[in-house]
Design a protein around this ligand. Structure first.
Ligand SMILES: Cc1[nH+]cc(COP(=O)(O)O)c(CN[C@@H](CCC(=O)O)C(=O)O)c1O
Length: 302
């Protein structure tokens, strides 16, 4: 990858110089919070999709860990816009991260400084170029999604992503593109890096957030777009494993995954085994939004 600069604690540094001490608290204990954001090269120029919502979530994610991010919204916004321009990447994936840095180790971060970095890079179709059109084959993970009573699932925290890594590794080792995780009660939670939607008899269902799922910004976008098109959306659904197999359609949503159809679960074909008509309509509506860049309330223009 043709790399450039990274914004780190107020400075733009060369990619290879963006390094941390091996005794960084976040490296040992997973005490970091991050965002996954996309800038699109829209008809109205480069524009970051739902940046304000991602910023909201970044600061909210820091709260359970007593983490004070030492830069305000305006500073992070200015840094990100400048970084996109410096890297000349109107269409890119943006990774802001804040984490407890280097001081004497111990579970309590104590006087460890809060470090902040922002990187951008090109990132195409998260689950593969053909996935958006043809759908992906997924498997139910043997790992369960952790519960919000164990770790705040409304915070996008680095350490707990080992749960997602385990599920993704297992899926790939078994020949699948992605996993679906069940929660500790055995109900459908989400993907390792995506929310999940089910279509049945023309209505759309997605698991609720309280028990185990990230409050996805793309999930909310899908809900808004579906309701605008007259669909009934059940946004607090309890979905059993069996209902996945009998669904008319399934799809993932996420900043990286965008809207990706699921064509099989545990080798059981979903619907006709390809992208379904409702998924197609929602996916097209999503891409119309991010390609046009017209809905100003959802875009921060570079
Ligand atoms: C567990 C999880 N659930 C749902 C979502 C969708 O949330 P949103 O992006 O706000 O719609 C993501 C984003 N996963 C990010 C990280 C992916 C990665 O591999 O790292 C992403 O999509 O950027 C998750 O990590």
């Amino acid at each position: 990858m043709d790399v450039g600069t990274i914004w780190m604690d107020g400075e733009f540094v060369d990619w290879e110089d963006a390094q941390v001490h091996v005794l960084t608290h976040g490296l040992h204990y997973g005490t970091g919070v991050f965002e996954g954001v996309r800038s699109y090269d829209t008809d109205n120029g480069a524009a970051i999709f739902r940046w304000e919502d991602h910023l909201d979530r970044l600061y909210q994610s820091a709260k359970p860990y007593g983490m004070e991010i030492p830069f305000n919204r305006e500073e992070l916004t200015e840094a990100t816009l400048e970084l996109i321009e410096r890297e000349d990447l109107p269409s890119c994936y943006i990774r802001p991260i804040a984490f407890y840095g280097y001081d004497m180790l111990g579970l309590n971060p104590g006087d460890a400084p809060v470090k902040v970095a922002i990187a951008v890079w090109p990132w195409g179709a998260y689950l593969g170029e053909e996935a958006l059109e043809e759908g992906v084959d997924v498997a139910i993970s043997s790992w369960r999604k952790f519960a919000s009573s164990q770790i705040p699932t409304n915070a996008k925290t680095t350490g707990p992503y080992v749960n997602s890594v385990l599920a993704s590794l297992e899926a790939e080792e078994n020949g699948y593109t992605e996993a679906i995780l069940l929660n500790k009660e055995g109900q459908v939670a989400e993907g390792p890096g995506e929310n999940l939607f089910l279509v049945r008899d023309g209505e759309i269902h997605t698991p609720g957030l309280a028990e185990s799922n990230l409050d996805g910004i793309t999930r909310q976008t899908v809900i808004d777009l579906a309701e605008e098109r007259g669909y009934t959306v059940h946004a607090d659904a309890t979905i059993s494993r069996g209902e996945l197999y009998t669904a008319d359609e399934l799809f993932f949503s996420g900043t990286a995954a965008e809207v990706t159809p699921i064509r099989s679960v545990d080798d059981t074909e979903i619907g006709l085994g390809t992208k379904g008509p409702v998924t197609d309509e929602i996916q097209q509506a999503f891409f119309d939004v991010v390609e046009s860049g017209e809905r100003e309330e959802w875009f921060t223009y570079v």
